[in-house]
Ligand binder design. Structure first.
Ligand code: FEO
Ligand code: CA
Ligand code: CA
Ligand code: CA
Length: 699
């Protein structure tokens, strides 16, 4: 039987419509929280650490005043050994520019509900590419009533999310390679007369082809920031839910990922629900497979208790799936192909410069609802990849490669660098607050030391190595850790966070920023209560965590952290903007994607604004006297989420995802007329924004 949906207009998790919840994450917020593990949360740890500290009053507490006037206090008996040096990294700020943070000098866009992309005065914007635009040779122009799977497989996919722009070399100075994730499909807004109970084979096959990844060459206008897609370029490419992918790394070939169609356990058809991602220093892109669980059916009928528990921890659909794909391909039915879901939920690595390359699912980075995957290098040249697991009360992770990146673009370097993410160690984060638990009452009131802050430990889960994979979790093999990473992290006692989304290291300071989008269940009866890193009950607006690893050794196991922003209406006393005066910032709700501009400012896009405005894009200084001054740069049309922000010197790119996705909307009853005006199908699209006078953004 079809799940009953709440009445139209009922607020959903975040400010989302019921339609978004259904199609994007399979109604994750209506299901039980999948993490029912009994591991402790920060509150318990703080209580213990504090009582120890009270007894050991002479224990050193390192307090460093920052340039912004806030304090980072790290230390005490509960801190990891190398937390003190990382406090210095967290405290380091820049002098900044008293006249305003460079890169953020624009008049902020006010919160609004305009059905368009609204940009600051003096800026211009246009659509670069939209769902259905042909990109591959032979693909037809989009026609809403002549959609076919073959046409869609050569056209730009649905619901663009993560974006990357990669250089094409000096010979092609004005051309760049645009890479996009196509997270999910919204059939009600794609197909006229769509019947969710009885999708046709053709509709299902079109949806398969509309998922996945897209690669398209874009051409810059020489006078403006305008970008135009170059149709039929040989590098243009679509990868879909039926394209060939390989599993690589420690779980490849394991019994846990073998199926009747793939007894080798190495060849997978497709990638699903790619949300955010990252760009590597060796020229590849990373793509997080997020809410993959919703595509698989019948987990509730599984009788084997071990398999049932594994499916439950990942929230795999108990009966029929929303899109009913299991009717058209048995691999989506866990009763028929029990291991097929184990082949999704990874970070995919794509070499977009080679149109024939087969993308790899990097199992060494673990399997969970990867929001994204963002790399950086250690001082000795080894990649570190951060990734959040977007679920209420789930965790954030890092992978540290045991191999060094080879510089240059020789064939040998390229081949070597494509092995970097197959060997190394996967860690999960555990956070300890430095203020007494009694100071957190769920309202978001700052503790007496003036900061939500503390220290953290990276707990080792497993190490992937050609000489033998090693599990660091008792009772689980290394392969089990890499495939059932959530359970491994439960056993390790990781910290339950408020939906960890995108993570981004600052290229200027090395500090890392993690968006925690919201958590409607925090503090509810029977659910974990607040702690110093997640300080609000029924957290509607989310927060951004800032952490610093030992800058000389981001592969180390200790870090210092503090909350950078506690989001919401600045008039709400629970909000916090790194100590910046709250009458001088824009309201923000539900941070999701994060990116840095060339000046070192953090840009945040939102998903599910709960303050009555459409979602938007915001810039904020992370160092200097204006640290915490948050300014809204744009808003998106009705029903849309702002995704994939990319901020270059002369241009900002955003992916406008699911425009018109409002309860009750359909092709016949559109809720938005974006981007092509009334009477035209609503189409997710990539938008570029630039300055009319040709100068750089925000200077
Ligand atoms: Fe696809 Fe966590 O947003
Ligand atoms: Ca504190
Ligand atoms: Ca997201
Ligand atoms: Ca990002």
């Amino acid at each position: 039987m079809r799940k009953l949906l709440p009445l139209i207009g009922t607020p959903h998790g975040g400010g989302r419509s019921a339609l978004t919840c259904r199609y994007r994450c399979g109604d994750a917020c209506f299901h039980e929280v999948p993490n029912t593990s009994g591991n402790e949360y920060v509150g318990d740890v703080i209580a213990r650490a504090y009582s120890r500290r009270s007894m050991l009053r002479t224990a050193a507490v390192v307090t460093v005043a920052t340039a912004a006037g806030t304090a980072a206090a790290v230390g005490g008996s509960g801190s990891p050994a190398n937390a003190a040096p990382v406090a210095d990294a967290l405290a380091a700020g820049g002098a900044g520019d008293a006249a305003g943070a460079r890169g953020l000098r624009f008049t902020p866009v006010a919160p609004n509900t305009h059905d368009r992309v609204t940009v600051p005065a003096g800026y211009e914007q246009h659509v670069v590419i939209r769902w259905g635009d042909p990109i591959v040779k032979g693909a037809p122009a989009f026609h809403p009533d002549r959609q076919t799977a073959a046409a869609q497989a050569g056209q730009f996919g649905y619901n663009n999310d993560f974006l990357a722009l990669l250089p094409l070399g000096s010979r092609y100075e004005r051309r760049q390679l645009l890479v996009a994730n196509h997270e999910y499909t919204d059939e009600q807004l794609m197909f006229r007369g769509y019947d969710p109970e009885n999708p046709t084979r053709e509709q299902v096959e079109i949806a398969w082809a509309a998922h996945g990844l897209g690669v398209v060459v874009v051409q810059e206008d020489h006078r403006s920031g305008r970008l135009t897609a170059v149709n039929r370029h040989p590098l243009n490419r679509r990868l879909t839910a039926t394209s060939e992918f390989r599993l690589s790394g420690p779980a490849a070939g394991s019994d846990l990922v073998k199926t009747s169609a793939d007894p080798s356990g190495t060849r997978v058809l497709g990638t699903l629900n790619n949300c955010s991602g990252g760009t590597t220093p060796w020229g590849t892109t990373l793509h997080g497979e997020e809410n993959f669980n919703q595509y698989f059916a019948n987990a509730g009928k599984v009788t084997d208790p071990v398999q049932a528990a594994r499916l439950k921890r990942y929230g795999v659909t108990s009966g029929a799936s929303e899109r009913k794909w299991e009717r058209f391909d048995k691999r989506f039915d866990v009763l028929q192909e029990p291991n097929e879901p184990n082949r999704f939920g990874y970070v995919v690595e794509l070499d977009p410069y080679d149109p024939h390359s087969v993308p790899r699912k990097r199992t060494a980075l673990g399997r969970f609802k990867h929001e994204g995957a963002e790399p950086r290098l250690t001082e000795d040249g080894r990649p570190v990849v951060y990734s959040g697991d977007d679920e209420r009360f789930d965790y954030f992770y890092k992978f540290v490669s045991s191999k060094r990146m080879m510089k240059g673009d020789s064939r040998a370097a390229k081949e070597h660098n494509l092995t970097l993410l197959d060997e190394g160690t996967l860690y999960v984060a555990k956070l300890t607050g430095d203020s007494p638990a009694a100071e957190f009452d769920g309202t978001g009131k700052l503790p007496a030391d003036g900061a939500f802050d503390g220290s953290g430990t990276w707990i080792k889960l497993a190490t992937a190595s050609p000489s033998g994979n090693v599990s660091h979790v008792e009772g689980m093999t290394a392969e089990e850790v890499f495939v059932f990473t959530r359970q491994a992290a439960d056993k390790a006692g990781a910290t339950k966070m408020d939906r960890p989304e995108d993570i981004q290291p600052s290229p200027r300071t090395g500090r890392v920023y993690l968006a925690l989008t919201n958590n409607s269940d925090r503090g509810k009866p029977g659910k974990p209560g607040v702690d110093e890193a997640n300080p609000r009950n029924i957290n509607k607006h989310g927060q951004i965590l800032e952490f610093a690893e030992n800058f000389d050794d981001p592969a180390g196991d200790g870090f210092a952290w503090r909350l950078f922003l506690v989001a919401g209406d600045p008039n709400d006393p629970s909000t916090y903007f790194a100590g910046f005066p709250k009458d001088k910032v824009s309201p923000i709700s539900c941070p999701d994607n994060v990116a840095f501009d060339p000046h070192g400012n953090l840009w945040i896009s939102t998903d599910g604004n709960q303050l009555g405005s459409h979602d938007g894009l915001f810039g904020v200084a992370t160092a200097g006297p204006r640290r915490g001054e948050l300014k809204q740069f744009l808003t998106v049309p009705r029903g849309a989420e702002t995704c994939g922000p990319l901020v270059q010197d002369k241009r900002i790119l955003v992916a406008v995802q699911h425009p018109g996705e409002v309860d009750g909307a359909s092709v016949e009853k559109p809720a938005s007329a974006w981007p092509d005006g009334p009477g035209k199908l609503v189409r997710p699209a990539v938008v570029a924004v630039w300055r009319k006078d040709g100068k750089n953004i925000g200077v």
